[in-house]
Write a protein that binds this ligand. Structure first.
Ligand SMILES: [Fe+2]
Ligand SMILES: [Fe+2]
Length: 283
């Protein structure tokens, strides 16, 4: 039913326990305000800043998330490998090697509207088995005639790759949303052929850190060039997402609206041991 009214709330990379608490606290209000048909969340940093666990994925689905997308931190937690194969509505980049656990696209139906969700990884500064652009061709072929709208999460470092994919898919999909940099860009718009586009949605979690990491630790390693154990920041939580309004025509959008929402819930107890260890802040 491509002509049924539909909208998609897409939420950028959820970082650590604070990101999860921010999402869970703000989601009911966003539902009340915007009544999204679908909620899609990038969860690649949901477990202590790196990766995701089955328990956390279950928690997100129980909160009403329809689809979880991932990215370069997909395989940080071994316990998620089997879950990725077993669960239809969690997707890792489609252009990873076929031998790697999981799958790269899914279809979810709500109120008679079918949404295809595709996860892609950029090829600049990120490891992916196949090129994102030709993978997009392949996946769109597989989804042909099977869904009313398609959302592509392009998880990429380089803005140029994301802008290029937006133009490449303009008119073929409902939305191309960029993730991974954790910093929202100010370029949300509907492209001329009807595809909603943004280069990066941003992240959901501590805006008071360095892309999720405690700022003092990130600055120390940048200043000294020495390895510093990283923990996820607990400062200044925000939810960053976009609301996409689907058009009555298949694979078209009429609007994309950034949602940058602070959460004042720091009175809630921070989760213990929420730490991410890496050599540099990593999105
Ligand atoms: Fe990432
Ligand atoms: Fe990320």
């Amino acid at each position: 039913m491509a002509d049924a009214p539909a909208s998609i709330l897409f939420v950028g990379d959820v970082v650590g326990g604070l990101g999860r608490r921010t999402l869970l606290a703000l989601l009911p209000g966003l539902r009340a305000a915007h009544d999204p048909t679908f909620v899609v969340v990038n969860g690649e940093n949901a477990a202590g800043g790196l990766g995701i666990t089955p328990k956390i994925a279950d928690e997100l689905f129980a909160a009403g998330v329809d689809v979880i997308t991932l990215g370069n931190h997909t395989y940080h937690r071994r316990e998620i490998f089997a879950y990725l194969d077993a669960h239809e509505h969690i997707v890792r980049p489609s252009n990873y090697l076929a031998a790697q656990p999981g799958h790269g696209h899914t279809i979810v139906e709500r109120g008679g509207v079918r949404l295809g969700v595709v996860n892609l990884s950029g090829n600049v500064f990120l490891q992916a088995g196949r090129p994102a652009f030709t993978e997009a061709d392949t996946v769109l072929g597989k989804l042909e005639g099977r869904c009313d709208h398609i959302l592509v999460d392009m998880h990429a470092e380089a803005t140029s790759e994301k802008v290029g994919l937006g133009w490449y898919l303009d008119g073929q999909v409902t939305a191309v949303v960029g993730t991974h940099t954790h910093v929202p860009t100010n370029d949300a718009r509907v492209l001329p052929q009807g595809t909603a586009y943004i280069t990066d949605v941003g992240m959901t979690g501590p805006r008071g850190g360095v892309i999720g990491v405690k700022k003092e630790q990130a600055i120390q390693t940048m200043r000294t060039h020495m390895r510093v154990p990283f923990e996820t920041s607990e400062e200044d939580p925000w939810l960053m997402g976009v609301l996409i309004t689907c058009a009555a025509r298949r694979n078209q959008a009429t609007a994309i609206e950034p949602l940058l929402v602070p959460w004042d819930g720091l009175d809630a107890a921070p989760s213990a041991g929420a730490s991410a260890r890496a050599a540099a802040p990593s999105s």
